[in-house]
Design a protein around this ligand. Structure first.
Ligand SMILES: [Zn+2]
Length: 266
């Protein structure tokens, strides 16, 4: 955690952004308040859930298909609270998500269809949350799949060439915003939309075993993340700039290091 108020709030805003999540509720525990803020300011957001959360129950007698149907409905309700323009479910198996070519093709199809400037996903390098927990295997797989779909597959004309033949032209995503990261580099002030995040989380009733504790937990979490920028509430991201902005549309902050990777897509 940075020293209190030692940083400038992150000010760049994508016109179009896509959140790629493993399970219904991940996007709402993750960057929901940032998504709500950007949408309020004029951005358009689309949510992709790789699984439908069909393993998210404590009772082994639960019917996975019924649970998936319920959780999709919960996520769609939460997405309306946040303001996403759409939600796609890829129906991959909960607990068995793999960053393979099948998942990558699904994600490239979504990216080339929606054409986001930024993709938000779990930081795939987060195996442990500090020393306080394990990051679910699906979270890591979804994060790595999102990164691999953004670069190079979505922008590479010869990746999944049948997509281009179907009219889905290669698309360059300019930035990755990685959440649940142990290496945050940008903090968004979400004081104005924290309540929307809480309202979205309340829609996931099948997962809220202790709803009375949830609000306090989230408020504490966002207060801690806001401390870096001296805001009452914040959301932290590790921002990867893949494509620099043209001078005229650069946002008010320049808080990411210069990129070091080569420009070759292979
Ligand atoms: Zn999850």
């Amino acid at each position: 955690m940075a020293d209190a108020a030692s940083r400038t709030p992150h000010g760049w805003r994508p016109q179009r952004f896509m959140v790629i999540a493993a399970h219904p509720d991940d996007a709402d525990f993750g960057p929901a308040a940032t998504a709500a803020r950007w949408i309020d300011e004029g951005s358009e957001g689309h949510l992709v859930c790789c699984t439908s959360g069909d393993a998210g129950a404590d009772d082994w007698r639960a019917d996975p298909l019924e649970l998936a149907t319920r959780r999709e409905a919960e996520q769609e309700a939460a997405a309306r609270v946040v303001g996403y323009s759409g939600v796609t479910f890829l129906h991959q198996p909960d607990g068995a998500l793999v960053n393979d070519l099948v998942l990558r093709e699904h994600l490239v199809r979504e990216i080339r269809t929606f054409r986001p400037d930024a993709v938000l996903a779990v930081d795939p390098e987060t195996l442990f949350y500090g020393d306080g927990g394990v990051n679910h295997t699906d979270h890591r797989a979804s994060g790595l799949a999102a990164v691999d779909a953004v670069y190079p597959a979505a922008r590479n004309a010869l990746s999944f060439p049948w997509l281009a033949r179907d009219g889905l032209e290669p698309w360059i995503v300019r930035r990755l915003y990685l959440f649940w990261s142990n290496h945050p580099s940008a903090w968004v002030d979400v004081s104005g939309t924290l309540d929307r995040k809480l309202a979205a989380l309340r829609e996931h009733a099948s997962q809220n075993r202790h709803p009375e504790r949830l609000e306090g937990r989230i408020r504490d979490w966002e207060r801690e993340e806001g401390e870096a920028i001296g805001a009452p509430a914040g959301e932290a991201f590790r921002v990867i700039v893949i494509e620099e902005d043209a001078q005229e549309d650069e946002g008010p902050t320049h808080d990411t290091p210069p990129q070091t990777e080569g420009g070759d897509p292979d």
